[in-house]
Design a protein around this ligand. Structure first.
Ligand code: CIR
Length: 253
Protein backbone atom coordinates (compact mmCIF):
# COMPACT_ATOMS: atom_id res chain seq x y z
CA UNK A 1 0.00 0.00 0.00
CA UNK A 2 1.14 3.56 -0.63
CA UNK A 3 0.65 6.51 1.73
CA UNK A 4 2.37 9.40 -0.03
CA UNK A 5 2.93 10.92 -3.42
CA UNK A 6 5.12 13.71 -4.71
CA UNK A 7 4.13 15.62 -7.83
CA UNK A 8 5.42 18.76 -9.49
CA UNK A 9 3.24 21.30 -11.26
CA UNK A 10 3.95 21.74 -14.97
CA UNK A 11 5.58 25.04 -15.93
CA UNK A 12 4.93 27.21 -18.96
CA UNK A 13 8.23 25.95 -20.35
CA UNK A 14 6.62 22.52 -20.76
CA UNK A 15 6.01 23.42 -24.39
CA UNK A 16 9.76 22.94 -24.85
CA UNK A 17 9.70 19.48 -23.29
CA UNK A 18 11.27 16.49 -25.02
CA UNK A 19 8.94 14.55 -27.30
CA UNK A 20 8.69 12.14 -30.17
CA UNK A 21 4.90 11.97 -30.00
CA UNK A 22 4.08 14.17 -32.99
CA UNK A 23 0.84 15.28 -31.36
CA UNK A 24 1.51 19.02 -31.36
CA UNK A 25 2.37 21.36 -28.53
CA UNK A 26 0.70 20.94 -25.13
CA UNK A 27 -1.79 23.57 -24.00
CA UNK A 28 -0.29 24.85 -20.74
CA UNK A 29 -3.55 25.97 -19.08
CA UNK A 30 -5.25 22.72 -19.96
CA UNK A 31 -2.24 20.86 -18.59
CA UNK A 32 -2.51 22.76 -15.30
CA UNK A 33 -6.19 21.73 -15.01
CA UNK A 34 -5.40 18.13 -15.87
CA UNK A 35 -2.60 18.10 -13.32
CA UNK A 36 -4.98 19.34 -10.62
CA UNK A 37 -7.44 16.56 -11.49
CA UNK A 38 -4.58 14.05 -11.33
CA UNK A 39 -3.71 15.25 -7.83
CA UNK A 40 -7.38 14.86 -6.82
CA UNK A 41 -7.36 11.30 -8.20
CA UNK A 42 -4.27 10.48 -6.10
CA UNK A 43 -5.97 11.93 -3.01
CA UNK A 44 -9.07 9.86 -3.75
CA UNK A 45 -6.81 6.80 -3.54
CA UNK A 46 -5.96 7.82 0.01
CA UNK A 47 -2.55 9.40 -0.63
CA UNK A 48 -1.11 12.46 1.06
CA UNK A 49 0.14 14.44 -1.93
CA UNK A 50 3.02 16.92 -1.81
CA UNK A 51 2.72 19.35 -4.71
CA UNK A 52 6.03 20.97 -5.64
CA UNK A 53 6.09 24.29 -7.47
CA UNK A 54 6.90 24.29 -11.17
CA UNK A 55 10.49 24.88 -12.24
CA UNK A 56 10.67 26.74 -15.54
CA UNK A 57 14.33 25.80 -15.96
CA UNK A 58 13.32 22.19 -16.53
CA UNK A 59 10.57 21.77 -19.15
CA UNK A 60 10.10 18.07 -18.31
CA UNK A 61 10.23 18.41 -14.54
CA UNK A 62 6.54 17.59 -14.06
CA UNK A 63 7.52 13.98 -14.91
CA UNK A 64 8.92 13.39 -11.43
CA UNK A 65 8.87 9.61 -11.68
CA UNK A 66 12.07 9.64 -13.70
CA UNK A 67 14.11 11.27 -10.93
CA UNK A 68 13.94 8.55 -8.29
CA UNK A 69 13.30 4.88 -7.63
CA UNK A 70 11.45 4.40 -4.37
CA UNK A 71 11.69 1.07 -2.60
CA UNK A 72 10.39 -0.03 0.81
CA UNK A 73 13.96 0.19 2.16
CA UNK A 74 15.63 3.13 0.43
CA UNK A 75 15.22 5.91 -2.11
CA UNK A 76 17.52 5.86 -5.12
CA UNK A 77 18.08 9.21 -6.81
CA UNK A 78 18.54 8.54 -10.52
CA UNK A 79 20.79 10.15 -13.09
CA UNK A 80 18.29 10.87 -15.90
CA UNK A 81 19.43 9.85 -19.36
CA UNK A 82 18.46 13.10 -21.09
CA UNK A 83 20.93 15.95 -20.56
CA UNK A 84 18.20 18.57 -20.19
CA UNK A 85 16.67 16.60 -17.28
CA UNK A 86 19.69 15.93 -15.06
CA UNK A 87 19.18 18.97 -12.82
CA UNK A 88 15.64 17.87 -11.93
CA UNK A 89 16.99 15.55 -9.27
CA UNK A 90 18.12 18.27 -6.84
CA UNK A 91 14.68 19.38 -5.66
CA UNK A 92 13.43 15.79 -5.47
CA UNK A 93 16.45 14.66 -3.47
CA UNK A 94 15.79 17.46 -0.96
CA UNK A 95 12.14 16.42 -0.65
CA UNK A 96 12.82 12.70 -0.27
CA UNK A 97 15.32 13.32 2.55
CA UNK A 98 12.27 14.23 4.65
CA UNK A 99 10.95 10.69 4.28
CA UNK A 100 13.92 8.34 3.80
CA UNK A 101 16.86 7.70 6.11
CA UNK A 102 18.56 5.57 3.44
CA UNK A 103 19.31 7.54 0.29
CA UNK A 104 21.33 6.15 -2.62
CA UNK A 105 22.26 7.64 -5.97
CA UNK A 106 23.15 6.61 -9.50
CA UNK A 107 26.46 8.03 -10.64
CA UNK A 108 27.75 8.80 -14.16
CA UNK A 109 28.49 7.15 -16.49
CA UNK A 110 25.44 5.24 -15.28
CA UNK A 111 22.09 6.69 -16.33
CA UNK A 112 18.64 5.63 -15.16
CA UNK A 113 15.16 7.04 -15.69
CA UNK A 114 12.62 5.96 -13.07
CA UNK A 115 10.15 5.19 -15.88
CA UNK A 116 12.33 2.19 -16.68
CA UNK A 117 11.93 0.59 -13.28
CA UNK A 118 8.95 -1.58 -12.36
CA UNK A 119 8.56 -2.85 -8.80
CA UNK A 120 7.04 -6.30 -8.24
CA UNK A 121 7.28 -6.94 -4.52
CA UNK A 122 10.98 -7.22 -3.68
CA UNK A 123 12.02 -7.61 -7.30
CA UNK A 124 12.58 -4.77 -9.74
CA UNK A 125 12.49 -5.06 -13.53
CA UNK A 126 14.91 -2.61 -15.11
CA UNK A 127 14.40 -1.50 -18.70
CA UNK A 128 17.50 -0.95 -20.80
CA UNK A 129 16.38 1.92 -23.00
CA UNK A 130 17.71 5.04 -24.65
CA UNK A 131 17.60 6.60 -21.17
CA UNK A 132 18.80 3.78 -18.89
CA UNK A 133 22.16 2.23 -19.72
CA UNK A 134 23.87 -0.99 -18.61
CA UNK A 135 26.06 0.78 -16.09
CA UNK A 136 23.02 2.46 -14.52
CA UNK A 137 21.07 -0.80 -14.44
CA UNK A 138 24.00 -2.58 -12.76
CA UNK A 139 24.24 0.16 -10.14
CA UNK A 140 20.51 -0.26 -9.44
CA UNK A 141 20.93 -4.03 -9.00
CA UNK A 142 23.91 -3.55 -6.63
CA UNK A 143 21.91 -1.12 -4.51
CA UNK A 144 18.86 -3.41 -4.45
CA UNK A 145 21.02 -6.37 -3.40
CA UNK A 146 22.48 -4.33 -0.54
CA UNK A 147 18.94 -4.06 0.89
CA UNK A 148 18.03 -7.72 0.19
CA UNK A 149 16.05 -6.91 -2.93
CA UNK A 150 16.74 -8.01 -6.49
CA UNK A 151 16.67 -6.68 -10.03
CA UNK A 152 16.74 -8.03 -13.56
CA UNK A 153 17.20 -6.39 -16.92
CA UNK A 154 14.64 -6.18 -19.73
CA UNK A 155 15.59 -4.86 -23.15
CA UNK A 156 13.41 -1.98 -24.38
CA UNK A 157 13.61 -1.72 -28.15
CA UNK A 158 10.83 0.65 -29.19
CA UNK A 159 9.15 2.24 -26.18
CA UNK A 160 10.53 5.31 -24.44
CA UNK A 161 10.58 3.48 -21.11
CA UNK A 162 9.82 0.00 -19.80
CA UNK A 163 6.68 1.30 -18.09
CA UNK A 164 5.46 2.85 -21.35
CA UNK A 165 4.36 -0.70 -22.18
CA UNK A 166 3.74 -2.54 -18.89
CA UNK A 167 2.21 -1.92 -15.49
CA UNK A 168 2.09 -4.22 -12.47
CA UNK A 169 -1.32 -4.17 -10.78
CA UNK A 170 -0.33 -6.41 -7.81
CA UNK A 171 -1.84 -9.91 -7.25
CA UNK A 172 0.37 -11.23 -10.08
CA UNK A 173 -1.58 -9.16 -12.64
CA UNK A 174 0.43 -7.46 -15.36
CA UNK A 175 -0.88 -5.03 -17.95
CA UNK A 176 1.18 -5.50 -21.06
CA UNK A 177 1.36 -4.24 -24.62
CA UNK A 178 3.43 -4.33 -27.80
CA UNK A 179 7.06 -5.43 -27.70
CA UNK A 180 6.77 -6.80 -24.15
CA UNK A 181 3.99 -9.30 -24.90
CA UNK A 182 6.36 -11.91 -26.31
CA UNK A 183 8.96 -11.53 -23.54
CA UNK A 184 9.32 -14.88 -21.67
CA UNK A 185 10.20 -13.00 -18.47
CA UNK A 186 6.57 -11.98 -18.14
CA UNK A 187 4.94 -15.34 -18.88
CA UNK A 188 4.49 -16.11 -15.18
CA UNK A 189 2.06 -13.23 -14.69
CA UNK A 190 -1.69 -13.11 -15.37
CA UNK A 191 -1.56 -11.03 -18.50
CA UNK A 192 -4.01 -8.18 -19.12
CA UNK A 193 -3.34 -7.45 -22.78
CA UNK A 194 -3.73 -3.93 -24.13
CA UNK A 195 -4.48 -3.63 -27.86
CA UNK A 196 -1.82 -1.87 -29.92
CA UNK A 197 -4.13 1.05 -30.81
CA UNK A 198 -4.51 1.79 -27.08
CA UNK A 199 -0.83 1.29 -26.24
CA UNK A 200 -0.63 4.63 -24.43
CA UNK A 201 -3.03 3.27 -21.78
CA UNK A 202 -0.62 0.47 -20.84
CA UNK A 203 0.96 3.14 -18.66
CA UNK A 204 -1.63 2.90 -15.91
CA UNK A 205 -1.06 2.80 -12.18
CA UNK A 206 -2.20 0.67 -9.24
CA UNK A 207 -2.70 2.65 -6.06
CA UNK A 208 -4.16 0.93 -3.02
CA UNK A 209 -6.42 -1.46 -4.94
CA UNK A 210 -7.62 1.17 -7.36
CA UNK A 211 -6.25 1.57 -10.89
CA UNK A 212 -5.90 4.96 -12.56
CA UNK A 213 -5.97 4.83 -16.34
CA UNK A 214 -5.81 7.58 -18.94
CA UNK A 215 -9.18 8.79 -20.19
CA UNK A 216 -10.33 7.69 -23.65
CA UNK A 217 -9.21 4.06 -23.91
CA UNK A 218 -12.40 1.95 -23.74
CA UNK A 219 -10.84 -1.48 -24.30
CA UNK A 220 -8.23 -0.94 -21.64
CA UNK A 221 -10.91 0.32 -19.26
CA UNK A 222 -13.02 -2.79 -19.86
CA UNK A 223 -10.07 -5.20 -19.60
CA UNK A 224 -9.02 -3.78 -16.24
CA UNK A 225 -12.58 -3.74 -14.89
CA UNK A 226 -12.93 -7.37 -16.05
CA UNK A 227 -9.82 -8.21 -14.04
CA UNK A 228 -11.75 -7.08 -10.95
CA UNK A 229 -10.36 -3.61 -10.29
CA UNK A 230 -12.09 -0.41 -9.41
CA UNK A 231 -10.90 2.07 -12.05
CA UNK A 232 -10.74 5.87 -12.28
CA UNK A 233 -10.07 7.61 -15.58
CA UNK A 234 -7.86 10.70 -15.66
CA UNK A 235 -7.45 12.95 -18.68
CA UNK A 236 -3.74 13.49 -19.36
CA UNK A 237 -3.90 14.37 -23.05
CA UNK A 238 -1.54 17.33 -22.69
CA UNK A 239 1.15 15.23 -21.03
CA UNK A 240 0.79 12.58 -23.70
CA UNK A 241 1.98 15.19 -26.19
CA UNK A 242 5.31 15.05 -24.32
CA UNK A 243 5.43 11.24 -24.20
CA UNK A 244 4.42 11.35 -20.55
CA UNK A 245 1.80 9.17 -18.91
CA UNK A 246 0.05 8.60 -15.63
CA UNK A 247 2.92 6.98 -13.75
CA UNK A 248 5.45 9.61 -14.85
CA UNK A 249 3.53 12.36 -13.08
CA UNK A 250 4.12 11.12 -9.55
CA UNK A 251 6.42 9.34 -7.16
CA UNK A 252 4.40 7.04 -4.92
CA UNK A 253 5.61 5.52 -1.68
C1 CIR B 1 10.88 12.86 -21.60
O1 CIR B 1 11.03 12.59 -22.81
O2 CIR B 1 11.75 12.66 -20.77
C2 CIR B 1 9.58 13.48 -21.17
N1 CIR B 1 9.08 14.34 -22.19
C3 CIR B 1 8.58 12.41 -20.84
C4 CIR B 1 8.97 11.56 -19.68
C5 CIR B 1 7.98 10.51 -19.40
N2 CIR B 1 8.35 9.78 -18.24
C6 CIR B 1 8.05 8.50 -18.03
O3 CIR B 1 7.51 7.82 -18.92
N3 CIR B 1 8.41 7.97 -16.88
Amino acid sequence: MFSNAIVRKPGRSMIEGLTNANLGSPDYLKAVDQHESYVCALRDCGLKVTVLEADENFPDSTFVEDTAVLTPHCAIITNPGALSRKGEINRIQKELREYYSHMEEILSPGTVDGGDIMMVGNHFYIGLSNRTNVNGAEQIIRILNKYDMSGSIIKVEKALHLKSGIAYLENNNLVICGEFLANPEFKKFNIIEIPEDESYAANCVWINDKVLIPKGYPHTLQNIINAGYSVAEVDVSEFRKLDGGLTCLSLRF
